[in-house]
Design a protein around this ligand. Structure first.
Ligand SMILES: Cc1cc2nc3c(=O)[nH]c(=O)nc-3n(C[C@H](O)[C@H](O)[C@H](O)COP(=O)(O)OP(=O)(O)OC[C@H]3O[C@@H](n4cnc5c(N)ncnc54)[C@H](O)[C@@H]3O)c2cc1C
Length: 224
């Protein structure tokens, strides 16, 4: 794991120190930022009443904090403040198809964040966190759609998790058995890339026909 070229390192802690497949680990803070910026769904792992739950949920990142939200009744969000949680963000870039099943794998970019979330109660920070979350999934939507009412804000829990303790792993490239004895096998080997992309917007059937999709929705393209 070479040091990051431009000096912004992720601190290694007892929890984030890579042990297996260390060569896939990165300590470059820019890699963490890029992985978080490329997604909007994470998995929040938290113990709820003694049972470990790993809950898919949307997030927003402002570069130093991850925000999650949900109903005030959400059990995972009720249990998280004050509890140690682990959040993962994963992007699958392709299947690594080797000569042997043993060497099969996945090309990916993933991040894990450890910490103790805090509930956001300050009204200004709550709105800013919700803006961050909304914009992460759909840039432009915060200024376009109606913002939360006071009643809706009261019904929403927003949690903030510092990005101070985080790790990154990235796998790229072909299978690892091209120079092994298995290279003699008449078996195709390589990468099957996986690309996720946005489709054509589908209007709500109940939408008034004169309301057209705004540019930030209609012209959205490329991967996410
Ligand atoms: C889509 C996908 C599929 C995978 N499939 C497999 C599989 O089938 N088998 C397999 O063995 N491994 C797989 N991995 C890799 C897996 O995530 C672990 O990195 C690996 O299994 C080592 O686990 P460990 O508990 O021994 O990690 P350790 O090296 O003990 O972990 C130490 C620390 O390293 C960091 N870390 C570990 N893994 C990751 C990660 N993926 N992203 C960010 N930080 C990390 C964490 O901070 C962790 O606490 C996959 C990864 C992805 C993203």
């Amino acid at each position: 794991m070479p040091p990051p070229p431009h000096g912004r390192s992720l601190p290694e802690t007892e929890r984030t120190r890579h042990r297996r497949l260390r060569e896939q680990g990165s300590l470059d803070r820019a890699d963490l930022d890029a992985i978080l910026a490329a997604g909007f769904v994470c998995h929040l792992g938290v113990s709820v009443d003694g049972t470990l739950m790993v809950v898919p949920t949307v997030y927003g990142s402002d570069g130093s904090t991850l925000y999650f939200h949900g109903s005030v009744a959400s059990r995972s969000l009720v249990a998280s403040p004050g509890a140690a949680v682990c959040v993962t963000v994963t992007h699958v870039d392709g299947l690594v198809l080797a000569r042997s099943v043993f060497e099969h794998g996945v090309n990916y970019r993933s991040a894990m964040v450890f910490g103790v979330p805090r509930p956001v109660t300050d009204p200004d920070e709550k709105l800013e966190g919700l803006r961050c979350l909304t914009e992460q999934a759909t840039p432009g939507q915060w200024d376009y759609a109606r913002r939360p009412s006071r009643k809706e804000l009261a019904a929403t829990t927003l949690l903030a998790l510092s990005l101070e303790e985080a790790s990154v792993k990235v796998r790229t490239g072909p299978p690892d058995d091209g120079e092994s004895p298995d290279a003699e096998l008449p078996v195709w080997a390589g990468i099957l890339p996986l690309h996720a992309s946005w489709g054509t917007p589908e209007p709500d059937p109940l939408l008034a026909p004169d309301i057209v999709a705004p540019p930030h929705i209609a012209q959205r393209s490329g991967p996410r």
